[in-house]
Design a protein around this ligand. Structure first.
Ligand code: AMP
Length: 197
């Protein structure tokens, strides 16, 4: 089962990704996590990506696509995987389609978490407060100014994926304004409608 989770920053992709991983026993491939790991490890990719990520902009399509291509070849992706934060541009979406076709695989569903933008800043504030309450440092790009940039990038570069996948008949829209449990339940219905790969 190959599934994409789509939605603006703060839509709840991370939370629902954890739910899907547990339900479907497929790995979560978060390009954001992979890039943050590269930054922390100080790899050449990490060094290139750091300032772009801190500014809330997008890392180049080539870099991200290469990371994903390498990752999906690993054994734990044999029965499928969940993409969280990728693709984020039309070029990435087309690259993914080509990548999967080459491997004789195909996307099962694109789950869009649809939310009103007005709640996103409030959710960000809550997330920062919760992180600090745990005694942890918030993500460098989790501040209001960078968040607004990430939101703008989403509108400009990622939202066009919605009609792209709609045309492919793959788009499933979920009401991301509902409670976490209700969103998970809606996602379950979608996933239960997809057979194993
Ligand atoms: P995320 O954790 O998904 O919010 O990603 C954090 C940051 O990593 C983003 O703001 C981008 O700078 C970078 N990033 C993650 N995924 C991608 C992607 N698919 N394309 C380009 N940049 C990405």
């Amino acid at each position: 089962m190959i599934v994409i989770l789509l939605g603006p920053p703060g839509a709840g992709k991370g939370t629902q990704a954890a739910h899907i991983v547990e339900k479907c026993h497929i790995p979560q491939l978060s390009t954001g996590d992979m890039l943050r790991a590269a930054v922390a490890a100080g790899t050449p990719v990490g060094r290139q990506a750091k300032s772009v990520m801190d500014a809330g902009k997008l890392v180049s399509d080539e870099i991200v696509a290469a990371i994903v291509e390498e990752r999906i070849e690993q054994d734990d992706c044999a029965n499928g995987f969940l993409l969280d934060g990728f693709p984020r541009t039309l070029v990435q979406a087309e690259t993914l389609d080509a990548m999967l076709e080459k491997k004789d695989r195909s996307l099962d569903a694109v789950i869009e978490l649809r939310v009103d933008e007005s709640v996103l800043i409030e959710r960000l504030r809550t997330r920062i407060a919760q992180t600090q309450a745990r005694g942890e440092e918030p993500r460098k790009d989790d501040n209001e100014e960078t968040f607004k940039e990430r939101l703008q990038v989403y509108r400009d570069q990622t939202a066009p994926l919605i009609p792209y996948y709609e045309k492919q008949g793959k788009l499933k829209v979920v009401d991301g304004m509902a409670s976490i449990a209700a969103v998970s339940a809606e996602i379950d219905v979608i996933l239960d409608g997809i057979g194993p790969e």
